[in-house]
Design a protein around this ligand. Structure first.
Ligand code: GDP
Ligand code: ZN
Length: 310
């Protein structure tokens, strides 16, 4: 019996591709008496598993799922049981936007950040195309809002070769979900950093996706670097959505709100219309950015509406 630890890269129809530390990939199926951490734990892309093979020519079987560091999941709304795990063991979410062509869409950025926060996964922002005219000043303006909110903003230019070494170091050895609208330069970045790494990074457009429960077919792509690591190639974080996030939990998904939340007069303050709201007071004194607060209000309304239809 040959056994090895490995990472699940992808899976379809009961056959999972497991990559072992030697770089080999094996098609494996789940052994009937799979050792699970908890009842009903389902195997997911990104899982750390043990695979075993009977003899030298036998089929590979996944025998153990090792404890997860966390998951990127689409939680079932309301009281419906279960969640759909998009990927397990994701270390960070990297949200890529560009300074121009296309302009940063802050509402979409805030939504991605909330999805990461809601999943307890650290998020970082990459601002690409800083070579474009007026880049430095505009990048500084954009960055200050997000840095004050507690996010790390990383400026890059594929064209001018700026910020690429730092970004490579950020990705190597970790499992990263890369997201962002199309056209911002995700493929260009990945190719510049790790030649040969191919992604299907296109976000699914919201109109195509509306109201449909499409399958989230994420896969892990090994990073061709001695330090290892993976890029989670998802059809789009937008597809992961904010499903299952109760509206009253949205405020803590805005890190810069956290220090004020406890000082609101009402414990269940929605920070919209209640008197003596510390969050709104912080917006008025400029401690919280108006644009971020506006995103909060918009996403809150969306979650309230979604909750009513659940
Ligand atoms: P994706 O849809 O996010 O994967 O974006 P692509 O990688 O396909 O890039 C979209 C366009 O932006 C292409 O025409 C790239 O050549 C261009 N692009 C990518 N990175 C940069 C950059 O740093 N600066 C400039 N000026 N253009 C870039
Ligand atoms: Zn409040």
């Amino acid at each position: 019996m040959r056994a090895s630890r490995g990472v699940v890269l992808n899976g379809t129809g009961g056959v999972w591709t497991v990559r072992t530390p030697d770089g080999e990939q094996h098609d494996a199926s789940i052994r009937g008496r799979l050792k699970q951490d908890g009842v009903g734990l389902k195997l997911a892309v990104g899982d750390d598993v043990t695979v075993e093979r009977a003899g030298n020519a036998g089929a590979w079987a996944i025998t153990t799922i090792h404890p997860r560091r966390g998951v990127l999941a689409r939680r079932a709304p309301g009281r419906a049981p279960g969640e759909r795990i998009v990927a397990a063991n994701v270390d960070q979410v990297l949200v890529v936007f560009s300074l121009a062509n296309p302009e940063p869409h802050v509402r979409m950025l805030d939504r991605f950040l909330v999805i990461a926060e809601g999943n307890d996964i650290p998020a970082r922002i990459v601002l690409n195309k800083i070579d474009l005219p007026g880049g430095v000043a505009r990048a500084r303006e954009f960055s200050s809002v997000y840095e004050e909110a507690g996010y790390h903003v990383h400026g890059t230019s594929v064209k001018a070769g700026v910020g690429l070494d730092e970004l490579r170091a950020l990705l190597a050895g970790r499992t990263t979900a890369l997201t962002g609208p199309s056209g911002v330069g995700k493929s260009s970045l990945v190719n510049a950093l790790f030649p040969g790494l191919e992604l299907r990074t296109a976000e699914i457009s919201p109109s195509v996706n509306k109201g449909r429960h499409t399958t989230v077919g994420a896969m892990l792509v090994p990073i061709p670097d001695a330090r290892g690591g993976f890029v989670v190639d998802t059809p789009g974080l937008r597809e992961v959505g904010m499903w299952g996030l109760p509206p009253r939990n949205l405020d803590v998904c805005f890190p810069e709100f956290r220090e004020f939340i406890g000082s609101c007069r009402f414990d269940d303050c929605s920070h919209e219309h209640e008197p003596k709201c510390a969050v709104r007071a912080a917006v008025e004194t400029g401690k919280i950015s108006q644009a971020r607060y506006d995103s909060y209000v918009k996403l809150h309304a969306e979650l309230v509406e979604a909750e009513e239809t659940w």
